[in-house]
Design a binder for this molecule. Structure first.
Ligand code: C2E
Ligand code: MG
Ligand code: MG
Ligand code: MG
Length: 291
């Protein structure tokens, strides 16, 4: 009898797994056409100087408007693109769109220092990646220092030697490098001594409790101190409340990204915001992102 019940459970579980697998396969085949069919769009979220409210930079975040499912989260489809190899084409498309929009903002005289693009492990490992970056920058007339590449620590775990080589090539070009979701990976902190990293982006998971937990606050203070001691810019991600922004400012973390200031928005919406915020002293606050 027990065996029978266990068997039933296994069948139920297997059904679930099959459903998930076929859902994934369906999304993967839909994603294959998404770039050509114009279903992807790049949104941008500003990084803000919490002392002045000035916009410092913008992070490109891809959006997929699926014809029948509506918006699919990048947290769902980026891993699918990564495993299926589609990430190279998708990533190049995002890089191009990010640079094209940034170049237009530059021409309009908007004082954004740079645009940040997320790069996944497989993309960074590709032999074509650095050439694609170089060509895309040239195509849009951007200086390499106007691009920041965001990688997560998992990239370093996948193949430390190759990732290091690639990051050094990017650095020689003049591209800046940020560690995204800092603190959530399983890699050794030793890389901070040797890798050409310009900025640490403290993950939202650490920021969420700083106004309510002294332990969380102490941890973030320590991360900020570590970034400062190693000469890196520090960015706080996922700031949703005034109290969090105030605490970060008191601790010397001035570059903030989060819903408290701005949600990710379309390129047109960010263009409008930049036009509105243009000031007589255009580089006001730029030292918060000084790299
Ligand atoms: P990420 O690079 O860490 O990007 C930050 C994510 O946090 C974004 O989610 C953003 O919308 C969200 N966020 C920003 N501020 C707040 C806040 O105050 N509260 C909360 N709850 N969330 C906030 P999104 O756009 O859904 O992207 C999720 C992840 O997908 C990104 O995390 C990144 O890892 C990946 N991703 C997005 N676009 C790309 C891309 O073009 N290429 C690659 N390889 N990955 C991408
Ligand atoms: Mg990111
Ligand atoms: Mg992040
Ligand atoms: Mg993240």
């Amino acid at each position: 009898h027990a065996k029978k019940a266990g068997g039933g459970l296994a069948v139920f579980f297997e059904d679930d797994m099959n459903r998930l697998a076929s859902e994934r396969a369906q999304l993967e085949s839909d994603l294959r056409h998404a770039v050509q069919d114009g279903e992807l769009e790049v949104h941008f979220q500003p990084l803000v100087d919490c002392r002045s409210g000035a916009l410092l930079a913008a992070e490109a975040l891809v959006r997929w408007h699926h014809p029948t499912r509506g918006a699919v989260s990048p947290a769902t489809f980026i891993p699918i693109a990564e495993r299926s190899g589609l990430i190279e084409e998708l990533g190049s498309w995002v890089l191009d769109a990010a640079c094209r929009n940034f170049a237009a903002w530059q021409r309009a005289g908007y004082p954004l220092a740079r645009v940040a693009v997320n790069v996944s492990s497989r993309q960074l490992r590709s032999d074509r990646f650095v050439a694609t970056v170089r060509t895309t920058l040239a195509k849009h007339g951007l200086r390499a220092s106007q691009l920041e590449v965001e990688i997560t620590e998992s990239v370093l775990v996948d193949d430390m030697a190759l990732a290091t080589a690639r990051l050094e090539e990017l650095r020689r070009l003049g591209v800046s490098i940020a560690i995204d979701d800092f603190g959530t990976g399983y890699s050794s902190l030793a890389y901070l001594k040797t890798l050409p990293v310009d900025a640490l982006k403290i993950d939202r998971a650490f920021i969420v409790d700083i106004a309510t937990s002294s332990g969380a606050l102490a941890l973030v203070r320590a991360i900020i101190a570590m970034a400062q001691a190693t000469g890196k810019t520090v960015v706080a991600e996922g700031v949703e409340h005034q109290a969090q922004a105030d605490l970060l400012r008191q601790m010397g973390c001035y570059c903030i990204q989060g819903y408290f200031y701005h949600r990710p928005m379309s390129a047109a919406a960010l263009g409008g915001l930049l036009a509105e915020q243009r000031r007589p002293a255009p580089l006001l606050g730029a030292e918060a992102l000084d790299h």
